[in-house]
Design a protein around this ligand. Sequence first.
Ligand SMILES: *Cc1c(COP(=O)(O)O)cnc(C)c1O
Length: 840
Amino acid sequence: MKSVTSPSPLKPLRASKPTAELSELPPLGMDADALALDIRRYFGTFLGRDKYCRSSHYPYQALVLALRDRLMERWRQTRYAYEEAGARHAYYMSLEFLMGRTLGNALLNLGLDAAAEAALHRLGLDLEELIDVEHDAGLGNGGLGRLAACFLDSCATLQLPVMGYGIRYEYGMFRQYIESGRQVEEPDHWLRDGNPWELERPEHTRRIHYYGRTEFYKDARGRQHARWVDSHDVLAVPFDTPIPGYRNGTVNVLRLWSAAATDEFDLGEFNAGSYTESVAAKNAAENITMVLYPNDASENGKELRLKQQYFLASASLQDVLERWELRHGNDFSAFADKNCFQLNDTHPTCAVPELMRLLIDEHSLEWDAAWAIVSRTMAYTNHTLLPEALEKWPVRLFGLLLPRLLEIIYEINARFLIAVARRWPGDSERLARMSLIEEGPEPQVRMAYLAIVGSFSVNGVAELHSDLLQQGLFRDFFELWPEKFNNKTNGVTQRRWIAAANPGMARLVNATIGERWITRLDDLRGLARHADDAAFRSRWHEVKRANKVRLAEMVRRDCGVDFDPDALFDVQVKRIHEYKRQLLNVLHVIHLYARLKDGEESEWTRRCVLIGGKAAPGYFMAKRIISLICRVAEAVNEDEEVRDWLKLAFLPNYRVSAMEVIAPGTDLSEQISTAGKEASGTGNMKFMMNGAATIGTLDGANIEIREEVGDENFFLFGLTAEEVEAARRGYDPNALIAADPDLARVMALLESGHFNQFEPGLFDPIVQAIRSPHDPWLVAADFRSYVDAQERAAVAYRDRERWTRMSILNTAASGKFSTDRTMAEYNAEIWQLAPVAPKA
Ligand SMILES: *Cc1c(COP(=O)(O)O)cnc(C)c1O
């Protein structure tokens, strides 16, 4: 009883072009008067509130709606300009977009910040208060998702025709609480109060197939075709969020898909007997986009996750193909010249076989013609060197859920392996190594290999990471296709991470070198010559201190710990993961605590250590490390001999809006991963831009940060990636502990139960991990050089002029780490889009 109608329930208009007239509008005012009038109108009429309203929510909504109107006009003009130019487009496909809040950024990019403040002031409202009403859009885990968000901002600013495609999760990244030193997760129902930024577009609803089987048939001319039958279908409904460029009239789109049941979904097959139960069973379909998987840098192999991945790939490709057909009919000869898909990690890799399926089964292309299109349009970005993060799906599960896709993958693999055999005749080991299917008791589809085979470009996200991929994980593929491999060092957008998050610094920079850095971050170089000017340093110091006061207020509120703004603010915020080594950080704090307890505090630098980040709910060790941080924090902060000299706080619920306060208030940025494990890092760049010095290993983009700022302004420690590999052989942490009295003292405190007096054994797993000769993260190996580097940082901080100089020089050298540079490189070397400016 499947319906044959289009998935959209909306009727098309009968007349052919009736909406041209309908969509003409005089431009909206960009001054405080026009804004104030619109805010009043939305508040009183559309939202229907009156003078008795006491909730900040409605003034917030009214302001956003007034801004959205202004985004809509620019969005329409941008669309028309792209359309008229016949522009080549890139599509950024990502299971995660960690957008955070939108209001402050939209005001900044529209150039409406001053007008909005004035308008609100007139209405008796405070902009800061309304900014705080907005929930973070937490549709991502960490760096990978935030990168996607920064990319969109830079693409719109560069006026590149780039569209984001993702999933509109009902529940984003969980909210983290700490209860008795343990992480507790709560669902993040971020849409509960509505989301005034988004626009539903049910007219572009797509139909997604799952399960079922393939049926082969012959057409009228006797050609063999395949079709996917007896499938269970789900609808994908798009919601669009406008992405404004910086004061340039461009507004791009982020399109997020939400799952909905088809009307026929369960009524037919499942519950023929019961109408009400059938309607209730629609949940199964809508569950697909219910929740973001909270795993960072690891995979969990759940069927629902594969459903999400295919859902994104299929809906987005159908969307692009339908727009193509409207203009070009069934002629795909120029499709690859006009379209490019960037896969953010392997998560959207179903796009490779899905585009093959759509072109062959739905548009009747031959295999070779379809493959020529796919392999010229797909580009893949790898984000990790951790083997446990490389996605694999059991062939059995894949075949059950996506039977037609698995057939296509088999065919891609067969043709690929012929090419490998031709290049390396008789090398059957290499064939097995490179096959898209990993053989074994439970055969698996290797998604990264599928992405490489299907793509014309494969990139890593920092120089070291791209090199290690070529020498290690993807070596066989690099030998086969060296021309596919390239590096694109990550970045962050300075609009959000300086201009919006650090207005004090932005004002000082503007007054010193002008405003061009907002779109040309290299201009910050001009600050360097002011680092020797004592008056400038003093102003810089005052800005940093005010930001530290703001951060201290947050720590006071969220952790109940008092941070002294004149102490060294030493900060590590990022996902909790063993490879990121929050544990090494805590060992250093325990070391300082022990020194204070043993009366070694001559020439002391007062230090406030802040650690924050979420642990994946099923990640035992990460959660135990959070407990250790919390217990050490209690011991340190409650000890009268210690607390004036040293503080430790665990900041709960680390997220984008928290980082907007944290980065500007940080002196020392902790980037201490085991070398060769952090692909790039982007937190490191946000801190650097905001004038923090880095203490870090030679890992990811730290290497490039140090190159830019110079060794004298960077606190380097630890083994290199090469040394890490060598050190694994014959690693003996117990000997290292015995030989280093400082480390021995720290371990003795840990092992004595000093930090877990009422929970014996709580930290045994941590002690065992440090003492294990198989510790992959080599915590003990880097302890000595880490403590020494921390001491150098402490000494440097005691000399305020020296430290402030270093802070200025870090900001001055951060120009490379703008996503404007990253996007320009993606565009020059992968996408090759022409910028298009909308009509003024
Ligand atoms: C920047 C950012 C990250 C990435 O931090 P890394 O230190 O690079 O791991 C993660 N989460 C949030 C909220 C961020 O803003």
